[in-house]
Design a protein around this ligand. Structure first.
Ligand code: SAH
Ligand code: DHB
Ligand code: MG
Length: 228
């Protein structure tokens, strides 16, 4: 579901608020030229991620699902000089584009792109003691979301923010009998989210240039890594 006016308003907002810049535009151009799907967050959503990261003073961030590094740039730009962001990506080709885009953005020092299935990278991060992360952005394969959320809980602390993209998916999230694994994945995630006593959470529907979708925001309110 898309509405021409949603896209026009997103374009207007991006312009009037001067949300984009040459580095972000180049990241999009490069990703598109490399044939990556154009499913990155919109500029106003990127800025929302950035503002949330800044608002909580995030110094150590984790992203699951890099694509060409567009949301990564928005998040990493919120880091203080000594801050770090690790982003997990399945596809080597996507990771390569992301590394180029992050280098152009001057963020190579602060961002590490790790290639492989997130469900292999996440236990490794835990072993390494890479957490606790102040912010986790989950935006990879949708059927995996509930598992990524469980890992995010293990890798965070009270005060951390966990953000999940693509929760509403054209409203299909309400189709309990859907045969779409992405829909079932998101429903499973939302049920876990609701049952999880260690977070307070909400989901917002969003329309715009990316169609009709939504974001989940979960604030970790109680100790996580000990018991999950
Ligand atoms: N966060 C990006 C968009 C990510 S698109 C942005 O907004 O700019 C989803 C990405 O997740 C794709 O690049 C896809 O290759 C990756 N992905 C899919 N399955 C994955 C998995 N199992 N582990 C890690 N990444 C995965
Ligand atoms: C898809 C993935 C995303 O992260 C997104 O924002 C939109 C679409 C997808 O896999 O189709
Ligand atoms: Mg997404």
């Amino acid at each position: 579901m898309t509405d021409a006016r949603w896209t026009a308003v997103d374009q207007y907002l991006t312009e009037v608020l001067a949300l984009s810049d040459p580095v972000l535009e180049a990241a999009l151009t490069q990703a598109s030229a490399a044939g990556l799907p154009q499913i990155q967050v919109a500029p106003n959503q990127g800025m929302l991620l950035h503002l949330l990261a800044r608002a909580i003073g995030a110094r150590n961030m984790l992203e699951i699902g890099t694509l060409g590094g567009y949301s990564t740039i928005w998040l990493a730009r919120a880091l203080p000089p000594a801050g770090r962001l690790i982003t997990l990506e399945l596809e080597p080709r996507h990771a390569e584009v992301a590394r180029t885009n992050l280098a152009r953005a001057g963020l190579s020092e602060r961002v590490e792109v790790r290639v492989g299935p997130a469900l292999q990278s996440l236990p490794r991060l835990a072993e390494e003691g890479a957490g606790p992360f102040d912010l986790v952005f989950i935006d990879a394969d949708k059927p995996g979301t509930a598992d990524y959320f469980a890992w995010a809980l293990r890798l965070t602390r009270p005060g951390s923010l966990i953000i999940v993209d693509n929760v509403v998916r054209n409203g299909t999230v309400i189709d309990a009998d859907s045969s779409d694994p992405a829909v079932q994945g998101m429903r499973r995630f939302l049920e876990r989210l609701a049952a999880e006593p260690r977070v307070q959470a909400t989901v917002l529907q969003i329309v715009g240039s990316k169609g009709y979708d939504g974001l989940a925001l979960a604030l970790v309110t109680a100790e996580t890594n000990a018991t999950s």
